[in-house]
Design a protein around this ligand. Structure first.
Ligand code: ADP
Ligand code: TRP
Length: 339
C-alpha cells in the first residue's frame, strides 16, 4: 500500500481556493493508500510570531479537516510538533544540503527581492518540509503546483544521502501535483489567497458570507444585456459547485440577457451554503467536543512517532548518531491546551 502524505500550514482560515486546490484531494486520497496528514505548525512559525494565533489556527484547521470529511479511521491526522524526530531529521538533512540550493528557494528569494531580511527558518523551510516527507517513507505527496520546487529539493537531498551511504535509506517520493482545478479567483478576481485579503472562507456563514459573495467584482454590463459567463468571476466560482446541467443552464441565462450579476451571486450563495451545510453542522458539534479532537491528534501523533522510527533508526545507525533512549516510549503531555 502506498504511503500518501501532505501538510497544511496553520497560517489562517481556510478558503475556497484551499478547498478546491488541496483539501478536497486530500480527503479523496485517504481512500487510496496509507494517508498521513499533519498540521505544519513549525512551518507557520516562519511567518507568525504570535503564539495565540498559531494555537487557534491549529485548532481551526483540525476542526475544518475533520468536519470536511477527514476520517481518523482511514488516515493518520496529527501535529507536526508531535513528531520531534522531524526536527532531528531536519538537522541531519541540512548537513547534506548546499547553501547554494537553498539560495534558489522561491519563498526565500521573494523576500530578499523585496528587500526584507528572511530568517534562517524561512531559508531552511524546504529542508523541514523534506524531513516531513522522508520520515514516513512517503510514496506520494499531493500538493499544489506551487510546491514543485520543495519536492524537487526533497528528492535531491534524499538522493545525496542514499548515494553517500550506498543504501536506499530514504525513499524518494513522487509529487502528486493537483493541477486539475484551475486557480480559484477571489472576490477581486485575482487568485484567492489570504495574503490578498480576497477570500471566501469555507466556514464563513450568514451575513459575512453574503457580504463577501455580493461584493465579488463584475463588469458593468446592464442587467438586460447578454453577458459572457467565461469572463465572469461569479461564474468561475459557480463552476466549482454546479453539476454539468446547472452550469449549462446558468451559462445560457448569462448569454440570453435579462439575467443580472445579482442573480448569479444569489445562486452562488445558495450553492456555497448547501455544499458545506453538513460540514458546517459537523464542525459545530466537533467544536463542542475538543476532547475528541485532542484524542484524534494524540493518537495520530503516537502512530506517526512510531512510524518515524522506521526511518530514523537505520539513518542514525548509518550516520553514526547514537542515542541512549527510545523516543517512542512516550508519556502524554499535560501541556496540550485543546482550547
Ligand atoms: P494562501 O495563498 O491563501 O496563503 P496557501 O499557500 O496556504 O494559501 O495554500 C495551500 C494550498 O491551497 C496550495 O498549495 C494550493 O494547492 C491551494 N490553493 C491556495 N489558493 C488557491 C487558489 N486560489 N486556487 C487553487 N488552489 C489554491
Ligand atoms: N509547504 C506546504 C504548503 O505551504 C505545507 C507543507 C509542509 C507540506 N510540510 C509539507 C506539504 C510536507 C507537503 C508535504 O502548502
Amino acid at each position: 500500500m502506498k504511503t500518501i502524505l501532505s501538510g497544511i500550514t496553520p497560517s489562517g482560515k481556510l478558503h475556497l481556493g484551499n478547498y478546491f486546490g488541496a483539501i478536497r484531494q486530500h480527503i479523496q486520497m485517504q481512500e487510496k493508500g496509507d494517508a498521513f496528514y499533519f498540521i505544519a505548525n513549525y512551518h507557520s512559525l516562519t511567518s507568525i510570531n504570535d503564539g495565540e494565533q498559531i494555537r487557534s489556527n491549529t485548532y481551526d484547521i483540525a476542526l475544518d479537516y475533520l468536519a470536511l470529511g477527514l476520517d481518523p479511521e482511514k488516515c493518520t491526522f496529527f501535529l507536526q510538533s508531535d513528531v520531534p524526530q522531524v526536527v532531528e531529521l531536519t538537522w541531519i538533512l541540512g548537513t547534506f544540503t548546499p547553501v547554494s540550493k537553498m539560495e534558489k528557494g522561491v519563498a526565500y528569494k521573494e523576500k530578499v527581492d523585496k528587500g526584507l531580511s528572511p530568517n534562517i527558518g524561512l531559508f531552511t523551510y524546504p529542508i523541514l518540509q523534506a524531513a516531513d516527507i522522508l520520515i514516513y517513507n512517503s510514496d506520494l505527496v499531493p500538493v499544489g503546483a506551487d510546491q514543485k520546487q520543495n519536492l524537487e529539493i526533497c528528492r535531491d537531498i534524499a538522493g545525496t544521502i542514499n548515494h553517500q551511504y550506498g543504501e536506499e535509506v530514504l525513499k524518494q517520493p513522487e509529487p502528486h501535483i493537483v493541477e486539475s482545478v484551475a486557480v480559484v479567483p477571489g472576490i477581486d478576481g485575482q487568485k484567492m489567497s489570504k495574503s490578498y485579503g480576497n477570500t471566501i472562507n469555507i466556514f464563513d456563514e450568514g451575513k459575512t458570507l453574503k457580504k463577501k459573495v455580493m461584493s465579488i467584482e463584475t463588469d458593468s454590463t446592464p442587467l438586460d444585456e447578454p453577458k459572457d459567463p467565461e469572463s465572469c468571476n461569479v461564474f468561475a466560482l459557480i463552476k466549482l459547485f454546479a453539476d454539468e446541467e446547472k452550469k449549462k443552464e446558468i451559462a445560457e441565462n448569462y448569454r440570453a440577457g435579462g439575467y443580472g450579476y445579482g442573480h448569479a451571486k444569489k445562486e452562488l450563495l445558495g450553492m456555497i451554503e448547501d455544499y458545506f451545510a453538513e460540514a458546517r453542522e459537523r464542525r459545530k458539534k466537533l467544536a463542542e467536543n475538543m476532547a475528541y479532537v485532542h484524542e484524534v491528534l494524540a493518537e495520530g501523533g503516537r502512530k506517526a512517532r512510531k512510524r518515524a522510527e522506521d526511518v530514523m533508526k537505520p539513518l542514525r545507525r548509518l550516520t553514526g548518531i547514537e542515542q541512549t533512549f527510545n523516543v517512542v516510549d512516550d508519556i502524554p503531555s499535560d501541556e496540550f491546551t485543546g482550547a
